[in-house]
Structures are given as C-alpha cells and as structure tokens.
Write a protein that binds this ligand. Sequence first.
Ligand SMILES: Cc1cc2nc3c(=O)[nH]c(=O)nc-3n(C[C@H](O)[C@H](O)[C@H](O)COP(=O)(O)OP(=O)(O)OC[C@H]3O[C@@H](n4cnc5c(N)ncnc54)[C@H](O)[C@@H]3O)c2cc1C
Ligand code: SF4
Ligand code: SF4
Length: 609
Amino acid sequence: MAEHLQGIVGEDRVISDRVSLLCYSSDMSPFTYTPDVVVFPKSTDDVVEIVKYANENKIPIVPRGAGTSVIGAILPRRGGIIIDFTRMNKVKEVRPNDLVAIVEPGIVLDRLNAELAKYGFFFPPDPASSPACTIGGMVNTNASGVRAAKYGTTRNWVLGLEVVLANGEVLRTGWPVIKQSTGYDLTQLFIGSEGTLGVVTEVLLKLAPIPRYRMTITMSFDQLSQAGKAVTEILLSGVRPAAMELLDKLCLDVVNDVFKLGLPSREGFIVMELDGTEGSVKDELRRVEEVAKKMGAKDFNWTDDPKESLKLWTARKALVPSLAKIKEGYVLIPLAEDPCVPISEIEGAIKDFQSIAAKYGIISPTFGHAADGNLHPTMIIDPTNPEEWNKMLKMEREIFDVVLKRRGALSAEHGIGISKIPFAREALGRGLDLMRSLKKALDPNGILNPGKMGLDVETRDDPDNFFYAYLSRLKGEFQALKRAYESIRCFRCGFCRAVCPTFSYFTVESRGARGRVILSYYFLTNKVEASESLRQAYDLCTVCGHCMQVCPPGIKIVDIIEHMRRDLAEKGYINPVHKALGENILKYGNIYGLENAPRGELAKELGGA
Ligand SMILES: Cc1cc2nc3c(=O)[nH]c(=O)nc-3n(C[C@H](O)[C@H](O)[C@H](O)COP(=O)(O)OP(=O)(O)OC[C@H]3O[C@@H](n4cnc5c(N)ncnc54)[C@H](O)[C@@H]3O)c2cc1C
Ligand code: SF4
Ligand code: SF4
C-alpha cells in the first residue's frame, strides 16, 4: 500500500513505520486506533488518485486536519489510510469586493484570520482550538465557538466546496454569492459529515468585516444556576453578544491560576463580548448592566482595551487543556462533553448536571458557550480506578437523558465520531436510517471514515482501554507511572504544532512535541519498544522549549524528551555522532579521537595558528 501511494505523491510524502504511525493513533477522546499508512497530498489531483486507489481496493480512508478532534472522528477504526492535509494549507485567493476567500482545507484558522486581517476581514467561527484547527476539520465538524450566538457556526460561512467523492470524481458545489435557491444545498450536506461523505479539497468562504469597536464584560455570581439564568435574561433583553461564556468556580480557579488573572472566585462567572460601533456597543452595555444588577451579579466590569480583552479570551480558549491541572493523576475524559439545550433550558440543565455530578462524586467542571445553549459538562477521573470509570459511564447516560428530555442536541460542535455512537439512534431516530441511505449512495464501498457516527455500527469499544488497560501495567512502578501521568495530561490540542521548529520542517507528528509526548506514553506502557526509529523522533528535538511556552496544561515536554533520550541511550539507542564523540573522549581525552594529541599539534591540524 505504502509503495503504491509513494508512486502517487512521492516517497517523502508517505509514512508507514510503526513509530510514526502511532503518533496518529490518538486524539482527545479515550479511544485509540492506528493507521496502516499516512499520506500527505499537495493537490486535488493527488487526492483523486489516492481515493481511486483506496476505492478500487476497498481500503478505508480517514481525512485529517490538525487532529484536534475530541470524539475519535480522526481515528482509523478499521485501519487504512490517513490523508493528512497539513501540506495543503494555502489561502488561494481573497476577493475583498465579493467578501469571499478560497482556501485549501489544511489552512489553520488563526493563520487564515491573520491573512484576512490585512484586508480588514475575518472568518467568524471561533473554536477554542483556533491556534491549531484547520478549515477542513471545521467544515467537517461544523465547528463553532464563542461567537456562535451572533455569527452562527461554520455552515453559515461556507458558500461552496470542492469535494473528491468516494469513486474519485471531483464535485464542485456552491457559488460566491450571498444567496441562492438552486436545487438541493449540497454544500450543507457535506458540512458536519466528519469525512464520511467525501474528501474536501477546497473551501469557498464568506467573510465578515472586522468590527470597528469591541468590548469585553465580566461579572460573577454566588450560584452557577444564577449565572445561567442571567445568560437567558441578557439574551431575552435583545442584546446580541458576539460571545458569552459561562464558567463555574472550578474552571475559573484553574484559568485564574494558569493565567494569573486575579478574578474574584465565585460559583458562576460570565465573560462576554459586544461588538459593532462604539455607540451601539455602549447602548448594549447599559442594557446588560441593568439585567446583571437585577440578577444579582457581582464584580461587574468592562474593558475596551484590546490587550486586556485578549488576555481574558486567550485564557478562555486555553481552559480545556488547562483543566488537566485540576488534580494530579486525574484526566478529563470527554464523553457527553458537548450538548446543546434550548436557551430557556440553560438554567435547568445546569442544575441537573450539578446534581448528577454530586450524586456520583465525580469532579465535573461546567462551562460553555452559554449564549447559544452549548454547555460543556466535563468529567475528570482517576483513570486507574475502575469504579470511577463505571460512575462516569452512568453519568454520561444521565447527562444525555437530561439533554434529550429538554429537547437538546447530543453535540453542538464536536460531532458524534466514535464517542457518541451509542446514543446516535436515540437522538436521530429514523433520521439515522436516512443518513445511512445517503452514505450508501455516495460511498457504496464504505471506505470513507468507517465506524463513525453510527452509520455502520451502533457500538463503541470500552472507553477505558487507552488509560486503564495501559496504566494498570505500571502498578507499583512509581517513577514510570509519574512520567506516564505527565504524558496523559496532553489534550492533543496541537497548539505546539505552530511553534515547534522540527514539526514545521518535517510536518509529521513524530517530529513534533505532541507526537513525542504520545510516544513516551506508549513507550512507558510497553506498547512500543526502543528502536532506531524511536531514537530519531527524540534526537531531532532541538530542546528549544517553544512548545512549553504555548502548552496550556504546562506539560514538562523537555523533561519528557530528556528522559526518553536517557532511556533509549541505556538500551543502546544513541545518536551515532554523540556516541563516537563520547567514546573518543573516554578513550583519548579529546573529541577527535587523536591518540595523545598534544594541544599544539591538534590546533595545527584543525588549521589554527
Ligand atoms: C483544546 C480544544 C478545544 C476545542 N474547542 C472547540 C470549540 O470551541 N468549538 C468547536 O467546534 N470545536 C472545538 N474543539 C474540537 C476541534 O478542535 C474541532 O472539531 C476542529 O474543527 C477540528 O479541526 P481539525 O483541523 O483538528 O480537524 P480534525 O480533528 O483533524 O478532523 C475533524 C473531522 O474532520 C474530518 N476532516 C478533516 N479534514 C477533512 C477534509 N479535508 N475532508 C474531509 N474530512 C475532513 C476528519 O475526518 C474528522 O472527522 C476543540 C478541541 C480541542 C482539543
Ligand atoms: S523542545 Fe523539541 S518538541 Fe518542543 S518545540 Fe522545541 S523542537 Fe519541538
Ligand atoms: S503537548 Fe501541550 S500543546 Fe502540545 S498537544 Fe499536548 S497539551 Fe497541546
């Protein structure tokens, strides 16, 4: 398979060695599946040839952006080929007069917005993973974020797509126009399809002008449900916040600690953004303040200083990965992490989630993009404790019961992937059968991202495999366990991809911080053994530490790398140059291996005076 793909894209754009492949076997979900090969296309033609080959040979394909999926959507459940779009990352064209841009799917959202800012525009959907996530991934999960209440989700900002279908045919959908009524909206069909209907190779985006004035408001409450009620009341007052986020005390304390924000610590906290003209924003501010007072808000504050605002929103974006700091040895397991309820149900849903968490005694911070009813009830457990796993699975069931009873959606922005498959039938009903018919029509051989969304299977593997099964092997080995815990604090957020020089150069995960952290976990838990290939992954690291500056949970990545280098050296895997230098020093007292070379002669030999 690898050889055939090398024939299509070239030798340097296919990886098939076990160590490199393992770096693609995990996302933020608790599942793990390893591909047989990863291929990096550079053009639509490359993708067409890869897909044709896979279809003819019935080989599964999983398209991949930055791998920040939370739900197992990028994991190759049936093995096969991962098509990684990291190298198809250009902004092809910006047309300011039409308010549109044409981009390749691998463009990273923050990079796109930096480019668009030069023209005075931005692409509004704003997931917290924006330093890493790609437009291809956003299109396929219908991603959104803090700005969804005012600006909508990705599907509101995509006008057209170029898609390679399962048989290798290239389909173009949509037009660069504001509205159209020209047949079925095929663009929308592919949005949120998690790579199960086609492989996106180009995206036509609608753009928005950057607002002239922005303001960030913060307020806190003595009860979380009070904050939930305030969200509903603010929305009902006619204010249209560009963003409105709700955090409980656990979340607030974590970001306060990581980002030194100095915010008062109360049970409920709201941070919101208003945008528009200065006049319109200040008018909305008055209305927000009125409602806030009525609802018993404390510590009401606002700022229009861009630096202050950026600090608050950066902290909010890093909240999820920062939660890894809540308790040593505990991990956040994203199951039932992304429901959406009608806005009138926000307060009630929050109360229900809190009583479920209290009943089971599981650490469960709640936060969310509250302005659109999207809550994130998270569960943080000791992954080596089977009792906590059992409780968490019961909580998952009960959280979804609350959501369905309150006429909510299983997922607002992350998708179904593998994680939510057991609940897909209940949520979608007959709709799931129609989805299956569409899938069959477009992908009769079932090669496109199989095993996802409940399209071909309604069960998932035990979610405790990745952590419990592996960590149990280390019982009693205190040092190894401690190091493994440090590795599993990695949320796969991919923020380190943007700053790691070796990743930028090679663009494969085993040459980046995230891959190195994943490999250390597998090494410590005996899933991968010492090898030359593993040594190279660590050897190429420049130990620059840039990754640690952007890593929200503050993982000691350089320590992980140093430990791995030492372990591998002890097992005889050492850089040949370093080895030779070390041997020379030991044997001859100099690095050059010159027998008893007096300093003067040595200097002459090296061309000195
Ligand atoms: C710390 C953190 C915070 C997050 N916050 C948010 C948030 O606020 N809002 C939100 O919506 N999500 C959030 N997410 C989830 C995730 O970042 C989004 O789903 C994002 O859109 C995924 O982008 P990606 O490039 O990483 O895609 P990937 O994870 O690589 O892929 C996602 C899905 O898209 C498919 N896909 C990718 N590229 C293509 C393509 N070219 N053609 C066809 N299918 C493709 C994949 O097969 C997969 O099914 C967060 C994740 C993390 C780790
Ligand atoms: S320390 Fe290593 S892994 Fe981290 S950014 Fe530098 S080269 Fe990358
Ligand atoms: S190492 Fe840190 S920055 Fe990199 S993916 Fe893991 S958590 Fe994110």
